[in-house]
Design a protein around this ligand. Sequence first.
Ligand code: AMP
Length: 435
Amino acid sequence: MNYNKHLDDETLEKMQNILKFKQKKSITDIDLRNKTVLVRVDFNVPLNDYRQITDARRIRFTLPTLFYLHNENCKIVVISHLGRPGGKKDERFNLLPVYKRLKEFFPLTTVYRAKDCIGPEVEQMVKKLNPGEILLLENPRFHPGEKANDPEFARQLAKLADIYINDAFATSHRKHASTYGVTEYFKESGYGFLVEKELKFFSQALSNPRRPFTVILGGKKVKDKLDVIKYLIGVADNIIIGGGMAYTFLSAKGYNVGKSVIDVSKLDDVRSYLHESNLNGTKIYLPVDVVVCDELDDPTHVEEVPITTIQENHMGVDIGSETIKLFKDVLKDSKQVIWQGPLGVFEKEDFENGTKEIARFLIENKIYSIICGGDSAAAFEKFGFQDNISFISTGGGASLALMKGELLPGIECLSDKEEVEFTIVNTIAQKGIQR
Ligand code: AMP
């Protein structure tokens, strides 16, 4: 294991977090035969104005877990949130579209839909299930107790089943009743196959990276990603910054960025990370030229300019051609990439080029890449590249949490394996850590 910096205790502890899932029970560690299982999934799928699902990947990816439970003759009780109904019943967020699609995946199995996720009526429906059948519960976010992680609401949920399985990777960073509190009331709980797959990709990539290891950070929410940078300085070899994030960095370095998005409150943090990265051997790469426009929605002026000449009334919306060359040059030797956040406003055709070019480059050069965050995944979908890249994570916030070295609450709360083989953590602590 090679790292650039001498890792302090805090970083060491954080590195152990990503490996801790190995201490937890997986679906295959639990005797599930003929049991009633509450399985938390993340079916928070995108819907169009007619409430039709535009991307069913989140449902498809949980099928290995659901098929496995079906084959184990379990009564399968499925729970997922959808959107943000704000703790009250709101039919705009019911799970009907999800139910319809789920049924299509199980043509030979009866799939039922409950009107709620707790209460006597739901309990009766669970009792009447035959082994192998599925009951989809209604959105737990119709209850204020879900987000508040209310113990009584969690207890009501837990009453429905014998065993709890978490296969909602994308929600595992949340301490909600159905992802966290509920496990208090189960004797046994574990993670499903999707969670396992995601955690295996991230733990390998972050605890034992193929080098050179390059992280690409884009998007516009700087605050979310600064802790990632702090943690990855010393761990990654290169950090490429693009998208809206880049302008806070450019501004911190003294460039005029006009109307581009920046987070003024983070300028000092950014300066200190730029300084720290120099000391710890992680190279940070910023754009050298950008595409600017006067208005995002209806631009009358679009041009590519060096970062030294961004006008006061212009905003940067994509990386420029020299920057694309520079980033490709860094990426061409990389053996592993983690990419979170698009490099421009890719939703608009005029400003998608940087994201598309870099995505194509990774694919054409077969560079091992993990893509995370809803917008990056959407960009790959938009370009039709989704099947050609190593791995697209279903988690945005959850993958960011892992990249900050955080322990995911939805994993932490699961049952421990009886025999823990966890020498690997000690190995990290003992072997150091210097390159
Ligand atoms: P985030 O949630 O932080 O990953 O941000 C994703 C959003 O950032 C996408 O909707 C992009 O359109 C947007 N984005 C990317 N580059 C820029 C930019 N230069 N200016 C403003 N928004 C951007």
